[in-house]
Design a binder for this molecule. Structure first.
Ligand SMILES: [Zn+2]
Length: 325
């Protein structure tokens, strides 16, 4: 999706950042601040409580009645699903409106944590006059759907429910070779299933993805929005031990049909397609991930790439041939 997370640390994206010949961004200061995320949050009045492997809190940004905000088990990343936010301590600073650029966020976090910034940090970063080029800044702006697109997603969700009750989804389930209850199951939640222009649609928290009729290319199209996280990722709960990650929503449905979510310890999520974003890897921290990709060359290539990104985050990475293989 975006490379913003990695780019923002590249010195050429920021103001001059040299102390002598040394790049100040290489001195470990930023990483040390990242590890102090819970401390920064506490200073911002976010009250974290432990829930399984994660620290959770009521979201400081949206009107949150249940703890939707969580620090991931690696202690360095956090997120709020209803807000579609995830990131490190510097992203949090910007998310909370305390900084509008990465350099400002570095200054804010350092000031909050009492971190001494070297000459280079202090001079170069906080009020950098040269903003990064727009193309590189754009991904940092949180993506939000227009009210019209939100309404569209809501309408698709209701239409699915109506169609299901009227038996209209049964043929669709049969086409996918799935029992109807699987579609009902997968329709629950923020990610889910919709019915749009007589077609099955996959609902993402920030997008509506349509299945095109058989034989139609492309097989899918986005009616609006996009994927900011794998499909159904909100089902990865604090107690989830294993995540089955497949390369498409229909494969995920097949995994649900195979009963993998039945005991509540596993969640089935979709990549989507082979478009897994590297930025999503930290979301899998502390969990066993089973990659259920196709065993064809593109699937195997994608699985190897994703496995590489997940290494260091997931506790264990396995590849498994799905029920269709
Ligand atoms: Zn939130």
């Amino acid at each position: 999706m975006t490379d913003a997370g990695r780019n923002q640390e590249r010195p050429n994206n920021t103001a001059p950042a040299e102390v002598g010949k040394r790049n100040v961004f290489d001195d470990g200061t930023l990483e040390a601040m990242r590890c102090r995320l819970p401390e920064y949050l506490a200073a911002r009045g976010v009250e974290l409580t432990r829930q399984g492997a994660r620290l959770v809190a009521r979201c400081p940004v949206h009107d949150d009645t249940s703890p939707s905000f969580a620090v991931f088990p690696n202690g360095k990343n956090c997120g709020c699903f209803p807000c579609d936010f995830q990131g490190d301590v510097f992203a949090v600073s910007q998310w909370l409106g305390r900084a509008s650029t990465f350099p400002e966020a570095v200054a804010d976090v350092a000031a909050t944590l009492g971190v001494y910034l070297s000459q280079g940090h202090a001079q170069g970063q906080p009020r950098a006059p040269q903003a990064p080029p727009r193309a590189e800044r754009e991904p940092e702006v949180p993506f939000t759907l227009s009210p019209g697109d939100r309404q569209k997603i809501h309408a698709a969700r209701l239409a699915f429910s109506d169609a299901f009750d009227a038996g209209g989804i049964d043929p669709e389930a049969a086409k996918l070779g799935l029992p109807p209850w699987v579609l009902r199951w997968a329709a629950m939640g923020e990610s889910g299933l919709g019915w749009w222009r007589g077609r099955l649609a996959y609902i993402y928290p920030q997008g509506l993805k349509l299945r095109n009729p058989a034989g139609h290319e492309p097989r899918f199209q986005w009616e609006c929005g996009r994927a900011l996280a794998p499909w159904r990722f909100e089902w990865v709960r604090p107690e989830t031990q294993t995540v089955f990650l497949s390369e498409g929503e229909s494969d995920t449905l097949a995994l649900i049909a195979a009963g993998l979510e039945a005991d509540g310890t596993a969640a089935c999520v979709a990549a989507p397609g082979t478009n897994f974003s590297r930025e999503w890897a930290p979301m899998f921290a502390g969990r066993k991930v089973v990659l259920c990709f196709d065993s064809d060359p593109p699937g195997m290539t994608a699985a190897a790439k994703v496995a590489g990104w997940l290494a260091g985050h997931a506790t264990e990475i396995l590849t498994w041939k799905g029920p269709r293989a």
